[in-house]
Write a protein that binds this ligand. Structure first.
Ligand SMILES: Cc1cc2nc3c(=O)[nH]c(=O)nc-3n(C[C@H](O)[C@H](O)[C@H](O)COP(=O)(O)OP(=O)(O)OC[C@H]3O[C@@H](n4cnc5c(N)ncnc54)[C@H](O)[C@@H]3O)c2cc1C
Length: 329
């Protein structure tokens, strides 16, 4: 099977799930990585080190910023000329747009947010969660190339082999685009929840501590401070429920759930989170779920492997101290 893997990056910073996709590609045989951008030699070298046998680079000033038209036209032209069987991409906002546009140009389909991929005699059989994760759907794409975007952290990341190399080929960029990027502004809060191996999520409970004598917002500030301390000791990211996002206690970028982000960390700790289904669908694929809640009947305990019934304002600082000691921090 002729397999290509698109390496998604922003200004040379690669989305880690691209390497996971490379590992999946390798399991089917030799794999070519696609690297588009401007000044992307380091990304191409990293692609070799994570297992690419060939790296196809389109290096052009017109590709310095992601613009779906130019990127999709470049991908389409390459695929039309070389006829790969399978094009793998990590699932990101950019690749959803890119794969959909290119698939339309090539008269084929896209299987999105896939969590298991099997080679069924040249035809790819993809498994992906549907209906808020209640069902797992098995899908095939009848046309070629088969575009598949892979969910972050659903597949192992291959080991990096420093100095590894392979065949490097240059490709022409298709530069026509009606849009141009005027600049970037960092959003109020940038947090990479999808790639985090540890997520500590705070719910409305973080705003509930009458003994502080503060209003809800100020209490939530203190609550998220102690959530953040635990996250930083564990090298994790801070997540949140929609209740605290809607209340304005933390930016939307932290929201986990049906209308937020889907996370699959090794460890998820929900504190002051009741466990509404709309939240659970965003974290139920976590490998280990831990819950801290005052209410022993809270639904989150039904999905948690370990539960602590108690006040998060007491339990969390104790947990943080214990982890600090254990990890020698
Ligand atoms: C269409 C739709 C989409 C939605 N999308 C999402 C989504 O993407 N993500 C999401 O999270 N929600 C989503 N929701 C909202 C969801 O239904 C719940 O309302 C929300 O998840 C509840 O958030 P919570 O657990 O923080 O708050 P609550 O349900 O109010 O629970 C707070 C919990 O904190 C506990 N607690 C209180 N004080 C303490 C303390 N001091 N120490 C320990 N525990 C304490 C309580 O016992 C309680 O269990 C959506 C809803 C709808 C209708």
């Amino acid at each position: 099977m002729k397999t290509w893997v698109y390496i998604d990056h922003f200004n040379g910073e690669v989305v880690p799930a691209s390497w996971e996709a490379l590992g999946v590609g390798k399991s089917f045989g030799p794999v070519s990585a696609l690297v588009f951008g401007k000044g992307v030699d380091a990304v191409a070298q990293a692609a070799f080190e994570f297992g690419a046998d060939e790296v196809i680079v389109a290096d052009d000033a017109a590709l310095a910023d992601f613009r779906a038209e130019a990127f999709a036209a470049t991908l389409t032209a390459l695929a039309a000329a070389s006829a790969p069987d399978l094009i793998l991409l990590p699932t990101t906002t950019r690749t959803r747009e890119l794969s959909a546009m290119s698939a339309i140009d090539l008269n084929t389909g896209v299987l999105v947010d896939v969590t298991v991929l099997e080679d069924n005699g040249g035809q790819i059989l993809a498994t992906r969660p549907v209906y808020e994760g209640k069902l797992l759907e098995k899908t095939v794409c009848a046309a070629k190339p088969q575009f598949v975007t892979l969910r972050a952290r659903a597949f192992p990341k291959p080991a990096r082999e420093a100095g590894r190399s392979g065949a490097l080929s240059k490709a022409a960029a298709q530069t026509a685009a009606l849009t141009s990027v005027e600049g970037y502004t960092a959003s109020e809060s940038s947090v990479n929840l999808a790639d985090a191996s540890v997520v500590i999520a705070g719910g409305r409970g973080v705003s509930n501590n009458p003994s502080l004598g503060l209003d809800e917002k100020a209490t939530a500030e203190k609550g998220f401070q102690i959530v953040g301390e635990l996250a930083s000791v564990l090298g994790g990211a801070v997540g949140a429920t929609r209740a605290v996002v809607d209340a304005g206690f933390i930016p939307y970028a932290h929201q986990v759930g049906q209308t937020g982000k889907v996370v699959s960390p090794d460890l998820y700790i929900g504190v002051g989170v009741s466990g509404a289904i709309q939240h659970i669908v965003g974290m139920r694929t976590a490998k280990l779920i831990v819950a801290v809640n005052k209410d022993a009947e809270a639904p989150i305990f039904k999905v948690a492997r370990y539960g602590v019934v108690g006040d998060l304002f007491q339990v969390l600082p104790a947990l943080t101290e214990a982890f600090k000691k254990k990890l020698g921090k």
